[in-house]
Design a protein around this ligand. Sequence first.
Ligand code: AMP
Length: 249
Amino acid sequence: MRHQYAASASRIAHQVRVSLLGPPGSGKGTQAELLARRFALPHVDTGALLRAEVAAGGPLGQVLARYIPEGLLAPDELVIQVILRRLRQPDARAGFILDGFPRSLPQAERLDAALQAAGRPLAAVILLRVSEQVLWRRLLHRVVCDHCGSVFNELSKPPRPGQICPRCQTPIELVGGQPKCRHCPEPIRRRADDRPEAIAQRLRVYQRETIPAVEHYQVLGILHEVDGEGPEDMVFRRILDVLSQVPAS
Ligand code: AMP
């Protein structure tokens, strides 16, 4: 099995310009991270890039801080700038795994135009399908390290003292009763927007703003729906299967 996927991975490695779409809690971040590691490509985590701007406290961060904790999309123009700047970095030349972008039709159109102009259009858009019941269960129990981006779940994947954090590779310790990666400055805890009201808002925003982007990629013929339920490695294999069928670009 392993062998078969290693083979498909090498066959598609040259064309991995992929975006992962799906509602909050559908596993975009986890799967993007696995893909990025498999293909040695950057994981462009939009939410993390925006939260880093907020933490830096500059003028852009101050604007973003009005939207993110409320579960609202940040203004298209700002996010487009942040992402296009990131995609121009040298490490993204060989490909990239976009996580959480585009999340609206204007963002999709701007992304397509920029990539088309650079002669490297998106090869595939993966839509992760997860039932609403599972989304709520994942989000209400999700805890994260905001610094290294590691994601855990209090029920199904709790951060355990002594465990090595899969992202920053430092041991997890208990500090003041809270788990924390040794080299990260903040504890592993709930995200500000994983409150029930903000989750409900994000799900509404997904339907209203992101579904039009999903439909756009369906019309372009590059949208692939993947069942996002079940163990992480099973979902990952489904994604690799889909990518191995994508025609070379
Ligand atoms: P995520 O980490 O992907 O769940 O994103 C967290 C939050 O960051 C979202 O609820 C939005 O407030 C903001 N955000 C992430 N991606 C985008 C995007 N493409 N456009 C606008 N806002 C975004």
